[in-house]
Design a protein around this ligand. Sequence first.
Ligand code: WT7
Length: 652
Amino acid sequence: MTNNIEHVLEETRKFDPSEDFVAHSHLKSRADYDELYSKSISDPDAFWGDVARELHWFKPWDRVLNADNAPFFKWFEGATTNISYNCLDRHLSTPRKNKAAIIWEGEPGDQRTLTYHQLHREVCKAANAFKGLGLERGDRVAIYMPMIPELAIAMLACARIGAVHSIIFGGFSANAIVDRVQDASCKMIVTADGGHRRGAVSALKPTVDEALPNCPTVETVVVVRRGGNEIAMQEGRDHWWHDVVGPASAVCPAEELDAEHPLYILYTSGSTGKPKGILHSTGGYMVGTYMTSKYVFDLHEDDTYWCTADIGWVTGHSYIVYGILANGATSLMYEGTPNSPNEGRFWEIIEKYGVNIFYTAPTAIRTFIRWGDEWPNKYDLSSLRLLGTVGEPINPEAWMWYHRVIGKERCPIVDTWWQTETGAIMITTLPGAMYTKPGSAGLPFFGVKAAVVTEEGEEVDGMHSGLLVIQGPWPAMLRTLYGDDDRYVDVFWSKFKERGWYLTGDGAFRDKNGYFMIIGRLDDVINVSGHRLGTMEIESALVSSDLVAEAAVVGYPHEIKGQGICAFVSVPKGITPTEADVQKLRDHVAKEIGPIAKPDQIRFTDALPKTRSGKIMRRLLRDIAAGKETTGDTTTLEDFSVLAALREESED
Ligand code: WT7
């Protein structure tokens, strides 16, 4: 961490947007940003009211922000709207009617384009089909799907009728589905037989089937045929999408929903306990994702925008579907992996569709670097005008590569900091308005009061890192943790309770020009390839195996993934672990949570190092995991007794 700070302090490279870029961008100077930012802070009600009026409301609000019951904030109180209407119907009476809303490319190379008119029809049909299956306003729906248009259609159909979707990333295991479906008492699951990944069909419905015996609230399962793999269908409960959506009516007026009507739940890992169900509501989230999409990605009518995230993560919710379609832009969606059939696939797609704006993750960029410049160099990338990254800190080397090899030193890079909880981008540069600096996210977005403070809440001056806080509410913020208001208050708002600040959980520092550099999580959360995993969840998964007495999981720097997962495992007395046990445990974690949580290293030990008070010495374990290059398939038992004795003083 310290190294990282020193590194960026020394970073003197700055890149101004080209004259060409500025000539066409919404914001053209730092003064443009400053003016809007200060208005957004000095009079947030007027500012957000103006933004909201660019969208459709069935009934206007009485109040922009109601903070009477903080931190249970209400935005656009009294108003009714519908985000599905704003993403679809709003465009149908404009020249966008026949514009591509979604351009989709399947991994095998099949393609589909849905215009706004066509997407609207499909969404209406799906909404009617869901209603016909008994879905009502407020009901929760789990969605476990590959990256196919029906995923976006299902989301927009739920939003249209006021059902609350809970998307579960297609890489999660049956157990992860059970936890999430149970927590939200979902009534329906929308899935597919399978999807295409890495040149093969990866099954989804069988995983849902494995989860269903433990999901008593689920009455209906809707299955899209995509993989063509053989699956079981249970009469009365399971329905093919084409059987129910196909014949449904294409007329389905959007429900008038309260601005605070819940839109979706998305589970994210924390350092303790079960995954947190982040709850987002309708009006504020709509305004926040609309506004950030427009200015951060500088969206224009003729843009083809591509975000490579999976819709199973928040990035896909906000910046493949809601924010992008609310702007009437064209969103490209790709089903598969970047190296199928070869490492040039992403660049081929950019060339094929003339992508102008490309938004991806640092972990992907580091992978591209490893694959070699020859892949992007084979394709015509001249359509690109803007690049973005999200998910984790980007190291300046990777930033420079992205700038040089993909952006041809022509395209601004927006390094966007935000979280599942924030719903929308919070810290970034705005591409026409300001310079970028490798490794720095930039400045707060409109309406965001970001600060770096000490444990005591004192503002930290330059050169020192501290806690990143947001000093007040913003429209797209989470509203609570589903079913757990106390935990919501406790996790995010209790540390600086009197001041009413939101604790992000990240460390950051600011340079002398006010640019924020995000260091990473300060809690026991590991950021693997831009996705947050709680150490505690992985530990519980490990401990549920007979081979494990106790487990401690820590992150360590990983060249591609940002952070790797290292598990220190003590075995029950009498067991001597073998090489095969390493694989067994990795598979066990994959089964419990999903392959993304598989430890990169498993290290067996007789006992975990602990302080006199019995706390596991994580700092010691982190150092050890970071220091030693092991491949993960070593079964040597580590002896911590000496080290533990040495370090005990400092940890107590
Ligand atoms: C955590 C949020 C928000 C979409 C994807 C991840 C880290 C996110 C950046 C960035 C440095 C970043 C933070 C944050 N993070 N973007 N541009 N620079 N760190 O969503 O799973 O909710 O994770 O990702 O640590 O707290 P998430």
